[in-house]
Design a protein around this ligand. Structure first.
Ligand code: TXE
Length: 497
């Protein structure tokens, strides 16, 4: 008889308490490398969401949080960074178990994550208002930047802790409180991480986590009347619902929905680096990255050479268990995502794309949601596979003849997130960068991120920016304070001042 092992069970974190779901239900979370359930997570409801938002709202109003100085908040956020640094290995393992990404990628992300907390921790006491050069006599006018209130953070499965951090750190240093709703596929690492939030010493209710599905949890959270800002990373379909919900509570919004980012290789580029950059751009994380460089435009004079380098390296990619150090490509995060990738391969072939390599599940791996790194060659940029975000390991390669043509091709997408430009010509690098419609341009590099640098895009990618200094404005609002410094008696109440 098969023994049934009891799965690890996660409750929600509301008002500083581990809280079981009001409906008493839990759902399984699967390991993409095996396809098997490895833990279960509380299935939240609208009632749980309300409890979490009310707790966050009460914490926002509490003297304990309100009266804390920015310096003290900064110290708490930096402390959280230190605790992450001490727990990299454990957190990385939970992320890999849930989303199937390589342990070495998750470890690398987590080793770097404390930098975000230190950056924002240090920024906490540098957010200043202004004394305004007012055009009226006997007046002192100054502005202060104040927190908004309860922030709703909705995150996807591809990089749970990194994408949560982009929202959490700026929200906390500015004095907001937060309710996080992780993806239903990858809640475990966030729930493990929240233990560190508790340990860092944040007051109860400042950080809350509700788990469950988009409907009803994400929906109830983004339409809640006490939510003042929604920071959303995910797909277009859910994003449209979130935007509709924001019409109910007038919460401000940032949306990061991915892209169809190009890597452009000019004939004067260092071709070895360009090939490596293209591979890193699309096959890292099995293509499940918002900035995945899923289109490569290669100048016709170097097209064959670059293709040869690309195919040669791609055919050596080691696919397998993401927990093994030598693995280079792990599985896709869900079975649905795997089927979606297969569907795009079918469309690619039907629409006249030439399959150069990959295009199927690896034959030597029995279980798990694996797919081979796949390269398609196309004559132009018009097919579905070259226009839509796939979120899988499929690269579309298209040749081009000149700069104007490639700028037009690169911009002929509804997204506007990232672009890679590979050239040794400094003038061309900046000229092309200026013409590209994207929130991030990488020249002779790809996929670099830093807490100091804003991320975001336009069009179908969404709007708003995360990371960098300017994001603190998105988590604060200006209060203008007018002070009459004169001791004159006000004689005419109807006189315009
Ligand atoms: O995203 P969803 P999915 C893209 C990528 C992918 C597609 C779908 O192309 O194939 O989106 O991915 C929550 N109200 N990206 O299905 O469903 C949901 O519970 C509020 C790009 O995973 O949008 C989860 O927490 N929230 C992207 C989060 O939204 C709702 C990363 C994202 O899930 C909701 C992920 C609702 N009505 C996918 N419905 C990137 N930018 O990197 C769902 N959610």
């Amino acid at each position: 008889m098969k023994t049934v092992t009891k799965l690890k069970r996660y409750d929600m974190y509301i008002n500083g308490e581990w809280t079981s779901p009001t409906d008493g239900e839990y759902f399984p979370s699967h390991n993409p490398a095996t396809g098997e359930a490895w833990c279960e997570v509380a299935k939240g409801s609208a009632v749980d969401v309300d409890n979490a938002v009310q707790a966050a709202h009460a914490a926002f109003l509490s003297p304990e949080w309100r009266k804390m100085t920015p310096t003290q908040r900064g110290h708490l956020v930096s402390k959280l960074g230190e605790l992450i640094a001490e727990n990299v290995e454990t957190l990385a393992k939970f992320e890999t178990l849930d989303n199937g990404k390589l342990i070495r990628e998750m470890r690398g992300q987590l080793q770097y994550l404390p930098e975000f907390y230190h950056y924002y921790g240090g920024l906490a006491n540098k957010i200043q208002g202004n004394v305004l050069p007012i055009d009226k006599p006997d007046m002192l006018v100054y502005s202060v930047r104040e927190p908004l209130g309860v922030i709703a953070a909705i995150t996807p499965w591809n990089s749970p802790l990194y994408l949560t951090t982009l929202k959490l750190a700026p929200a906390l240093i500015t004095g907001n409180t937060i309710v996080i709703k992780p993806s239903e596929m990858t809640s475990a690492s966030i729930l493990e991480f929240v233990k560190l939030v508790e340990k860092a010493g944040f007051p109860a209710g400042v950080v809350n986590v509700v788990t469950g599905f988009g409907m009803p949890v994400g929906d109830a959270l983004t339409s809640h009347p006490l939510v003042r800002r929604i920071a959303f990373t995910g797909g277009e379909v859910s994003a449209r619902k979130v935007v509709e919900n924001s019409a109910k509570n007038f919460a401000s919004l940032s949306l990061e929905l991915g892209g169809k980012s190009p890597n452009i290789v000019f004939e004067d580029a260092n071709l070895d680096n360009a090939a490596m950059g293209i591979i890193a751009g699309i096959f890292s994380a099995s293509g499940q990255s918002c900035v995945a460089g899923s289109r490569a435009f290669i100048h016709k004079n170097v097209y064959d050479k670059v293709m040869e380098k690309l195919v040669h390296r791609v055919e050596q990619i080691k696919i397998g268990d993401p927990l093994q150090e030598e693995t280079e490509m792990g599985p896709l995060a869900t079975e649905a995502q795997l089927q979606r990738v297969e569907q795009y391969v079918d469309w690619g072939l039907k629409e006249g794309g030439k399959l150069i390599c990959g295009g199927k599940r690896p034959e030597n791996i029995e279980n798990g949601w694996y797919f081979e790194p796949t390269i398609f060659e196309h004559a132009d940029n018009t097919s579905k596979i070259t226009r839509e975000e796939i979120f899988g390991p499929i690269l579309s390669v298209i040749p081009f003849e000149d700069e104007d043509e490639v700028i037009q091709l690169a911009n002929s997408t509804e997204y506007g997130l990232a672009t890679g430009i590979w050239t040794q010509d400094i003038g061309r690098a900046h000229r092309v960068s200026a013409e590209i419609r994207a929130g991030i341009v990488w020249i002779n590099t790809y996929r670099s991120v830093s807490p100091i640098v804003p991320i975001g895009g336009s069009g179908l990618t969404g709007y708003g920016r995360e990371s960098g200094m300017e994001v603190v404005h998105e988590y604060t609002q200006t209060k203008s304070v007018w002070v009459n410094t004169s001791d004159k008696i006000i004689e005419d109440p109807f006189k315009w001042v």
